[in-house]
Ligand binder design. Structure first.
Ligand SMILES: Nc1ncnc2c1ncn2[C@@H]1O[C@H](COP(=O)(O)OP(=O)(O)OP(=O)(O)O)[C@@H](O)[C@H]1O
Length: 454
């Protein structure tokens, strides 16, 4: 087993000595630098598994180190040491790509947990991008950017606020951030904040002691404890009542919780991810959401655009869903069906696409999913009125027959014209065209082949 190597950067000799000693006891080898220039030199010369840097250095700051590593040593986790109370700097470092931060005076247990977690990250394969791509589907530029940001955010510990309309994939993104990061082997706990009754909230989040209130028959772990070492995903965080927001902020700041009925705080190591389909910024403006909590949760925002703004994702998503939902009997979509999906606005986003595909697979009678099978709102399945309209608009009447060619030839022409018109009317949707013509899909396919119509 190779011994992990850590680079320590601090201008105070005492702090360097404390870090060297603590890490040495964890069987970790260290090299130390007192300023930015010598840190850069060590980074050139040696390979490290983690870098711990102070924020204030004689010839620059910790952010310069974070930026340098982000540019030249991608994949090397860097954690910053900040003065107590200087949250702004810590947040700037997290935004710049730092893995995590610790405050001075150093809490040795916290430091050890951070180092362990970062070294875990170094051991992981350099990029798990393929696995991320496999789950968050889509080929649009927007979703590619989301995937790239997820991979970057997975490597850090910063709180991430995921915004986007309902059904865009916020929970999926949160899971990926967890699965691709150093906490992957630990729990991922998702909680819908809007679904917990207000009077039970504190106990749900922080746990309770037996007998602390009527009905508390046993000690109970809260969600923070359950997510210990892992990730707590606060879905619909905008639905948290204000008194609970205060308690949550405290728990996040102190990295500790106090179960209801207990006198003691318990330290918790949990990464917080949150999401809502509401506009959290608006809630802050109206006073429904506390600004301090907003800043704490929203260190980095991941925006998932609505599906209608990334229609390029629809083919991959639809094909994937058809395969997933059809249990080994995937049906292809006709070009017309795909075109109709691309034009549709999807107010329910990917979740709605899932529902549409499920229904289409159930309804589809032919070997491919066509526009009519999708039952898109606003696309009424053509019925009798369609047929009447078609015959009324038909360019052929019995009186058109002049006797210049055989009746048979004439009928073939009529048939061809009627089929071509029905296909045009339905945007090349063969199922709908067959309905409009009053024949079965099979019969239409046969006629198309016979007449050589593509
Ligand atoms: N890009 C994608 N690739 C594959 N599946 C996706 C994608 N985006 C969303 N999904 C699927 O769509 C469904 C809805 O996604 P998810 O639950 O993550 O949405 P959400 O934004 O959290 O919704 P809500 O706001 O209603 O909680 C899930 O089944 C999810 O797996």
């Amino acid at each position: 087993m190779t011994i992990p190597q850590v680079l320590i950067i601090d201008d105070e000799a005492d702090i360097r000595a404390l870090l060297e000693l603590t890490l040495g006891r964890m069987n970790i080898e260290t090299r130390s630098a007192g300023d930015v220039a010598s840190a850069f030199a060590l980074l050139e010369e040696y390979r490290f598994d983690l870098c711990l840097t102070d924020m204030r250095l004689p010839d620059g700051d910790g952010l310069a180190i974070v930026r340098h590593i982000e540019e030249h040593h991608r994949g090397l986790p860097v954690a910053v040491i900040t003065a107590h109370g200087s949250m702004e700097t810590a947040i700037a470092a997290l935004k710049g790509g730092a893995f995590d931060f610790v405050c001075k005076p150093l809490n040795i247990n916290e430091l050890r947990a951070l180092v362990r977690s970062a070294l875990n990250l170094s051991k992981q394969a350099p990029s798990d991008g393929a696995s991320a791509a496999a789950k968050l589907l889509g080929d649009s530029q927007a979703i590619r950017e989301v995937r790239a940001l997820i991979e970057r955010l997975a490597r850090g510990q910063a709180p991430v606020y995921i915004s986007g309309e309902s059904g865009t994939g916020k929970e999926l993104a949160a899971r990926l951030i967890h699965d691709l990061g150093p906490r992957a082997g630990r729990p991922f706990v998702a909680v819908n904040c809007g679904a917990i009754p207000e009077q039970l909230m504190e106990s749900e989040f922080f746990g309770h002691k037996k007998g602390s209130f009527t009905g508390a028959f046993n000690d109970k772990d809260g969600l923070f404890k359950t997510a210990s070492g892992g990730t707590l995903f606060l879905d619909e965080v905008g639905d948290l009542p204000v008194p609970m927001q205060v308690k949550l902020l405290r728990a996040i700041q102190e990295k500790a919780v106090r179960p209801v009925g207990s006198q003691q705080e318990v330290a918790v190591d949990v990464r917080i991810l949150s999401a809502t389909h509401k506009n959290l910024h608006d809630l802050v403006r109206t006073g429904a959401f506390r600004q301090d909590l907003y800043y704490r949760l929203n260190v980095i925002e991941l925006v998932i655009p609505p599906l209608r703004e990334r229609a390029g994702d629809i083919p991959a998503l639809a094909a994937h869903l058809a395969a997933k939902l059809s249990m080994g009997r995937p049906l292809p979509l006709t070009p017309a069906a795909l075109a109709a999906l691309k034009r549709y606005a999807f107010p329910g986003n990917v979740r709605e696409l899932e529902n549409i595909m499920e229904r289409a697979l159930t309804l589809c009678e032919s070997g491919e999913i066509d526009v009519a099978d999708l039952r898109l709102p606003g696309h009424d399945a053509p019925g009798l009125s369609g047929k009447v309209a078609a015959s009324e608009a038909s360019p052929f009447n019995a009186s058109d027959y002049t006797g210049e060619r055989s009746l048979e030839e004439h009928l073939v022409q009529v048939e061809r014209a009627a089929i071509e018109k029905a296909l045009r009317d339905t945007n090349q949707n063969k199922t709908a065209a067959a309905r409009e013509l009053g024949i079965t899909f099979r019969a239409l396919r046969y006629k198309l082949e016979k007449l050589g119509i593509e």
